[in-house]
Design a protein around this ligand. Structure first.
Ligand SMILES: C[S@@+](CC[C@H](N)C(=O)[O-])C[C@H]1O[C@@H](n2cnc3c(N)ncnc32)[C@H](O)[C@@H]1O
Length: 418
């Protein structure tokens, strides 16, 4: 079992339909925070249950459009209605899986209960924003827990895993004592793989969508490829064949319960910035497609610096698709990689590895006529051993606005993009 604990408020942000404003600008009392989180918990469950109604509306609309065609045109398109019927059946199936995911999830956390769903009656139907998050969560199963996602995982997770093994080889370290943190862990596969290699690994995640889904796959799925989802049925454009839209994906491609009994793997729910405040406590922080989820990426950088042990490493792979860009009422500092890189170095990290062009995909539909490629940056940044004192001074002096300067000589190649 992967123990999931809830250590800080879970995501209630980012929904344009909700009145939530960035925490730094609106302070809530602990009671208000708890109420907001509880409402959000039930709203996400509601989204899981509402899926079928939402997607069937889309299917009905497609059917109406078809029926609005002239008889002559309808006769040319004999496959459309059978395909829509098929899509409808796939939606029903997805809904069954989604019901299973949220079944009993009020007891998901070891240390937190969310009570009854009494407030739900007063809530409006789930927003399009929430339904989009749910559809993304379905696709996340492909990325993390299907054979189809293997190639994508190889480009995104393998470079990170290899780097961990290179920096902390098992013939030189007792890897079970090496603490690796994966913030923004999604459905948990990267963290799980690191734990499978014997490292102590913790995933952190703050979205209830992801947490419900990861809890399901990590704790309630055993048999390899025993379940299926239809991840692509929501995509009505860019299909070469109608059957591409309705193809299924099996999961899990590996038994999530098959971790060695000695492995130390856990998931912690809550905002990365709030949960991880203990200085000098991690040997490695591995971020994959995560740093652009920040309101201010420098806050992430600062936290990573603080929680890394002296000599610890930050491994990062991902693009800079800022999640809060263009979101009303949300702080969003959109920095270029050049600016982040410079801040990393000014902060005192040593950039030991840097690759600026790693081509990856994210929950890719490999048969779609539209496919995105991310040209990611990958780097390994070490918090130098001799800079421990700076981290402590920072701790004591929050008024200090400028980060510590690196004491150690700059490495060849720093200060320019390679
Ligand atoms: C783009 S996804 C990447 C997920 C996973 N790392 C992967 O590569 O598949 C970013 C993840 O970070 C999570 N996240 C965003 N802000 C977070 C925060 N402040 N604390 C913890 N997780 C966060 C999101 O919920 C989402 O699951």
């Amino acid at each position: 079992m992967a123990e999931i604990t809830r250590e800080a408020a879970v995501d209630t942000e980012g929904d344009p339909d909700q009145p939530h404003v960035h925490k730094e600008r609106v302070k809530y009392s602990p009671e208000e925070e708890a109420k907001l989180e509880r409402q959000h918990f039930w709203r996400v469950i509601d989204a899981f249950r509402y899926y079928k109604v939402h997607v069937q509306e889309q299917v009905k609309r497609a059917e109406c459009q078809y029926r609005s065609l002239t008889q002559r045109h309808q006769l040319l398109l004999t496959g459309v209605l059978p395909n829509l019927t098929h899509i409808s059946q796939c939606v029903d199936h997805n809904q069954d899986v989604l019901h299973a995911i949220v079944h009993n999830c009020i007891h998901m956390f070891e240390n937190m209960e969310y009570g009854e769903e009494d407030d739900l009656k007063k809530q409006p139907p789930p927003s399009t924003f929430d339904m989009d998050k749910l559809k993304s969560t379905i696709k996340q199963f492909v990325r993390d827990w299907s054979e189809v996602g293997q190639a994508e995982r190889d480009t995104c997770y393998l470079p990170i895993i290899r780097e961990i093994q290179r920096l902390f080889p098992s013939d030189q370290y007792d890897v079970s004592k090496l603490r690796v943190l994966v913030p923004g862990a999604g459905l948990g596969r990267l963290a799980w793989e690191i734990a499978r290699l014997g490292y102590m690994c913790q995933g952190n995640e703050w979205s209830f969508f992801m947490l419900f889904a990861s809890n399901f796959v990590l704790n309630r799925c055993e048999q390899v490829n025993s379940l299926i989802l239809y991840p692509w049925i929501h995509q009505f454009s860019n299909n070469k064949k109608s059957s591409d839209q309705t193809r299924s994906v099996s999961f899990p491609d590996i038994d999530p319960q098959s971790l060695p009994t000695t492995s130390d793997f856990s998931m912690v729910a809550g905002d990365f910035l709030e949960v991880y405040t203990e200085p000098d406590s991690w040997d490695c922080v591995a971020t994959c497609f995560f740093i652009d989820t920040a309101h201010n990426v420098l806050d992430y950088l600062e936290t990573i610096w603080k929680i890394l042990k002296p000599g610890g490493v930050w491994i990062n792979l991902g693009p800079l698709l800022y999640h809060f860009e263009n979101m009303a009422n949300e702080l969003s500092i959109e920095l270029s990689y050049e600016e982040i890189r410079s801040a990393i170095i000014k902060y005192g990290f040593h950039l030991e590895v840097e690759r600026e062009s790693m081509q990856t995909t994210y929950t890719e539909n490999d048969r779609s006529m539209l496919r995105y490629v991310y040209d990611c940056v990958f780097f390994v940044a070490r918090k130098p051993t001799e800079l421990q004192q700076y981290a402590e001074e920072e701790e004591d002096d929050h008024a200090c606005s400028s980060p510590p300067c690196a004491k150690s000589p700059r490495r060849e190649g720093e200060g320019r993009l390679t």
